[in-house]
Ligand binder design. Sequence first.
Ligand SMILES: NC(=O)c1ccc[n+]([C@@H]2O[C@H](COP(=O)([O-])OP(=O)(O)OC[C@H]3O[C@@H](n4cnc5c(N)ncnc54)[C@H](OP(=O)(O)O)[C@@H]3O)[C@@H](O)[C@H]2O)c1
Length: 315
Amino acid sequence: MRAAVYSSAGPAAEVIAVQEVDAPVAGAGEVLVRVAAVGLNPVDVKIRAAGHDFGAIRYTERPGWDVAGTVVAVGPGVAGWSEGDAVFALARFPEAAHTLAELVALPVSDIAAAPRAWSAAQAGAAPLAALTAWQALDAAGVGADDGARVLVLGGAGGVGHLVVQLAKERGAHVIATARPAKQELVTAWGADEMVDHHDDDALAAIEPVDAVIVTVSDTLPPRGAIREGTAVVTITGYSAAQEAELRAGGADPVRRILVAANGPQLAEISALADASRLTVHLDSEYRLSDLAAAQERVETGHVTGKVVVLVDPRD
Ligand SMILES: NC(=O)c1ccc[n+]([C@@H]2O[C@H](COP(=O)([O-])OP(=O)(O)OC[C@H]3O[C@@H](n4cnc5c(N)ncnc54)[C@H](OP(=O)(O)O)[C@@H]3O)[C@@H](O)[C@H]2O)c1
């Protein structure tokens, strides 16, 4: 079968190849999936460029964590899944998963039925970003129908556009930052208030919130948004000094999360999609043979929604 392979650390166009490799087999507790689509995430390009592990996140020469596709075989001990099922997954993260290939073996603990309401491209694009959004809101204590005021720093990116929708789904009043050109889209995803992150006066005017979800690097929430007990959850991380500054302003808790694979949470996400309460916006679609261009698109940092790679045996 064909699979994406990195020859070494370095720029996308120089180190990515699509090669023939041995096909995997479904082990105990796994299904073998014919891959249709694979979402790309900033972690894919950062780890390719670096060529080594990031903390718990494993470097691999055979990349890919997101996936949507069709079950073609089930391994020993698997119940409830059969050939022909359409599934999606964030596979094995933060361990290596090798989804950027024609076939992949997936642990059943990581998979869920793909939303019928979404294209395969949307299903493949969503898992890592959607689970990050879900787990960040959980970490911030944003529950169902508690009417929280939630500030999303970066409402238009892969994770941010799903945080906006899932926070709204949990009954929150959502304030999101994005440049003016993207605000109409973010409003359509459910944001109640939009703020241009280049507009210091508008940032300073944000009133205190219950939770801040931070999806952009090197950006502290505006001081006025923090009150005693505002939960701040970052997916990009803060320095010790930034954390201290947040705590001094009353933020509590201040947490950094790392997304974890979770099939049952993906099943809940799938149900929301099928109820037309959650969508995935596709920034752009690429073929597996154009993986380098797809990664370069992610590397711009200006993606709106998700970049996805389509895996088609006819290409
Ligand atoms: N901890 C975890 O488990 C985890 C999980 C997923 C992602 N991440 C990390 O989280 C970050 C975001 O991931 P992602 O997939 O959402 O990235 P992404 O899709 O590449 O995000 C790009 C978007 O962010 C916007 N943006 C950039 N700076 C901004 C700012 N200061 N204010 C408002 N919007 C801004 C960009 O808008 P413009 O075009 O206007 O610049 C663009 O729409 C990455 O660093 C990623 O590695 C961490």
